[in-house]
Design a protein around this ligand. Structure first.
Ligand SMILES: C[S@@+](CC[C@H](N)C(=O)[O-])C[C@H]1O[C@@H](n2cnc3c(N)ncnc32)[C@H](O)[C@@H]1O
Length: 215
């Protein structure tokens, strides 16, 4: 499989799973790879995507794996869905929040349990000098990763067991800058951590903190 910037950050997102978490929601799940990883950790996952082809392929892939927990795939537009309040221990959006109005995160926040965690692996519009510098630095590192993946894929054992190609998930150009995301989160997702990542992404982590341990 080619080097994928979203997949590259899966482990970073999985570190934010609450220890006692049971239910997860993955928004814009694409081919369902991240939902599979949540299910492997025992989470019951609702995985939502607006695209019928990717949802069908994701459902088929996951069904063949015999995962320890259920993934319920649903073709739906997150901006039109009614989300049950106080339900999910973990909500993830991987490269999907820039496809919908940013205000959608407020509905996601309402769907979190008292100690729930919202993680957004987001794409942003480059507007500042630091944006452009980091973007330029990412280019050679990205090329090196791609080369390494290509070399690995040429090994006979890897070629024999190559996974089938899945439909490409729809992409969109981000319209909101990182500064705008930080400003928005400062009021709507207070105390969230936001950090810039190398491969044209940021990570936002919002811990609800309304639970017993909250001060
Ligand atoms: C760039 S892809 C990312 C897919 C996947 N999360 C990944 O990490 O590879 C963005 C996904 O968001 C989905 N999407 C776009 N608008 C959506 C909406 N309104 N509701 C649900 N999913 C949406 C697209 O169909 C697409 O699969």
């Amino acid at each position: 499989m080619p080097f994928n910037h979203n997949d590259h950050y899966h482990d970073l997102l999985l570190r934010e799973l609450p220890a006692a978490g049971r239910r997860a929601l993955d928004i814009g799940c694409g081919n369902g790879k991240f939902a599979q990883k949540l299910a492997l950790r025992g989470m019951a996952v609702d995985a939502v995507d607006a695209d019928g082809d990717v949802i069908a392929a994701a459902r088929e892939e996951a069904g063949a794996l015999g995962l320890p927990a259920e993934i319920r795939f649903e073709q739906a537009d997150i901006t039109r869905m009614t989300l049950p309040p106080n339900t999910y221990d973990y909500i993830s959006c991987l490269a999907s929040i820039h496809h919908v109005p940013l205000e959608t995160v407020e509905r996601l926040r309402e769907a979190l349990t008292a100690d729930g965690v919202l993680v957004i692996l987001g794409c942003y519009r480059e507007t500042t000098l630091p944006d452009h510098v980091v973007s330029a630095l990412a280019v050679p590192v990205n090329a090196a990763y791609r080369l390494a993946v290509f070399a690995w894929e040429q090994r006979p054992a890897v070629r024999r067991n190559a996974p089938r190609r899945l439909p490409e998930a729809p992409v969109a150009a981000p319209r909101v800058s990182l500064a705008q995301i930080r400003e928005y989160a400062s009021t709507r997702l207070p105390r969230s951590d936001i950090r810039r990542l190398l491969f044209w992404r940021y990570l936002l982590v919002f811990r609800n903190g309304r639970g017993a341990g909250a001060r």
